[in-house]
Ligand binder design. Structure first.
Ligand SMILES: [Zn+2]
Length: 112
């Protein structure tokens, strides 16, 4: 899962480096409001945790695909066609990412 926000001045996407999986986690880590630095126009602005959006991490899904292919090849050699069940691995990775994103985006922190 990737966390991002948009720059007010140039509308560029600013990726937020954090391991937080929910909005309250992010709030605990960075505070209710925190500064972000836009790499496009260089402006620094204050963002509220509710301005942060989550997106599925394509890297993680890619790892799932690679893992799925490797496991499928191994199982295919051992068990034949039944080994293709491991092709669900990328789907599981994808689903997990979609769920995590949904949870993050649906939960808003109360604004003071
Ligand atoms: Zn900018």
């Amino acid at each position: 899962m990737v966390l991002y926000t948009n720059c007010k001045s140039c509308k560029a996407t600013i990726t937020i480096k954090s391991n937080a999986s929910t909005r309250p986690d992010l709030q605990m880590e960075k505070g209710t409001e925190f500064n972000v630095n836009c790499s496009e126009c260089g402006s620094i602005e204050k963002k509220h945790v509710n301005d942060v959006r989550a997106e599925e991490g394509k890297q993680i899904v890619f790892i799932g695909v690679v893992l799925g292919v490797i496991v499928t090849i191994v199982l295919w050699r051992l068990f034949g066609a039944i080994g293709t069940v491991s092709m669900v691995i990328p789907i599981l990775f994808w689903k997990q990412q979609i769920n995590a994103t949904k949870i993050f985006n649906s939960y808003m922190v109360r604004r003071k």
